[in-house]
Design a protein around this ligand. Structure first.
Ligand code: GTP
Ligand code: MG
Length: 362
């Protein structure tokens, strides 16, 4: 009895349950979230409707070494300020599920739409990874993105993938294992803006929550109250009212303006439109051929005109130079010089040179 207990105890002690890390996939519509979801979880997934809606939400599991992940796929969003049922569901999932990790999947061709969501997600302060998917299509269009620059800007890992070919999966898995809290660059970059000074740090997230409250969506407000807690929520409302009452204007509108300004700058510095090398080479070839053609036409025109006017033409000039040089250097100073000279220039007569080959044929 005693030894059986010991054995059982040992088994329990060595097989501790693996960590379950909750990952939520978020991103614009049609960017490859579901392809990445399947890439990570395989085919054993659970699909259900979000309560009270027909919006489908998929859940699956993934094991990497000892770590077990639960992965949740969400409907596409244009922004985290919801204007549609799909967008509202995505926000509700983010706030209700309290994920350990967020993976933003993005279409590398649409950097501005991507970074709008990134700038909203980083406010949540949840470790996240940005996946720049569809790199194949971006490359075809000559779009190059400074992934490292984006990574530094938000303090998040940025991974490039071609999900349909499974490219970048390894890098994504390694990024998931090495995430850290992101940094929201907005308050630092725009520290002088009154609205930033008024709301920064009042709640977490502060600016995004202000924007959510302004939507007057009862369900979302209730979920937000649960997420922030009553204290943070009332502080945030109070600050907004104070700001408005002091005559500074609509804080939510101004947050939107500051965010847009940041995005304009970010897109300008992280997106490079690469000049297509193939087109450049074709262009280079074309320039060379056009230059040669123009040069040929000019020489032809000079030659024709020179013959008519009995003045030196490029060919007579060239021949004179060649004749003089060769005649001088192929003089009979060395063995065979005369022979070479007569083969190249012909025999010298009173009228100049005439070719040996022609003479022999004639
Ligand atoms: N060329 C290319 N196509 C891709 C890539 N990843 C996904 N796609 C295609 O993009 C389309 C959309 O993929 P989904 O995974 O359904 O996109 P989604 O983000 O889940 O879309 P929603 O759920 O509607 O928001 C599909 O036709 C995919 O085959 C990629 O890396 N390269
Ligand atoms: Mg999908």
């Amino acid at each position: 009895m005693k030894s059986a207990f010991k054995k059982e105890f040992k088994i329990v002690a060595t097989s501790s349950p693996p960590d379950l890390i909750k990952v939520i996939l978020v991103g614009n519509p049609n960017v490859g979230k579901s392809v990445i979801f399947r890439l990570l979880t395989g085919n054993y997934v659970m699909v259900s409707n979000f309560p009270g809606t027909t919006v489908e939400v998929s859940r699956g599991k993934m094991r990497v070494g000892d770590v077990l992940y639960e992965v949740i796929d969400t409907p596409g969003v244009n922004s985290l300020i919801p204007q549609s049922e799909d967008e509202w569901v995505a926000c509700e999932i983010l706030l209700r599920e309290k994920p350990d990790l967020i993976v933003q999947v993005a279409d590398a061709k649409n950097l501005r739409r991507t970074l709008l969501i990134t700038s909203q997600l980083v406010e949540l302060g949840i470790p996240m990874v940005l996946v720049l998917n569809m790199i194949d299509e971006a490359e075809d269009r000559g779009i190059e993105i400074d992934a490292q620059g984006i990574s530094r800007f938000f303090s998040i890992p940025v991974v490039e993938t071609i999900a349909i070919y499974g490219k970048g999966k390894k890098q994504l898995l390694s990024a998931l294992a090495n995430t850290q809290r992101p940094v929201n660059p907005l308050p630092t970059l725009y520290a002088r803006e009154k609205v930033i000074q008024e709301l920064n740090g009042v709640a977490s997230p502060a600016f995004l929550s202000a924007e959510w409250l302004a939507e007057n969506n009862r369900d979302l407000t209730r979920t937000l109250a649960g997420y922030l807690g009553e204290k943070q929520l009332s502080q945030l409302k109070e600050r907004q009212e104070r700001y408005h009452a002091a005559g500074y204007g609509n804080p939510v509108k101004q947050i939107g303006e500051v965010r847009n300004a940041m995005l304009d700058e970010a897109v300008a510095s992280f997106k490079k439109k690469r000049r297509n090398r193939f087109v450049e080479e074709i262009g280079g070839f074309r320039k060379l051929w056009v230059s040669l053609l123009v040069l040929g036409l000019l020489l032809f025109a000079w030659n024709e005109l020179g013959s008519l006017l009995r003045i030196a033409t490029p060919f007579t000039l060239l021949r004179n130079v060649v004749e003089q040089k060769l005649d001088a250097s192929l003089s009979a100073n060395y063995f065979g010089g005369n022979l070479v000279r007569s083969v190249l220039l012909g025999e010298k007569t009173d009228k100049g040179f005439y070719n040996v080959v022609l003479r022999s044929v004639g």
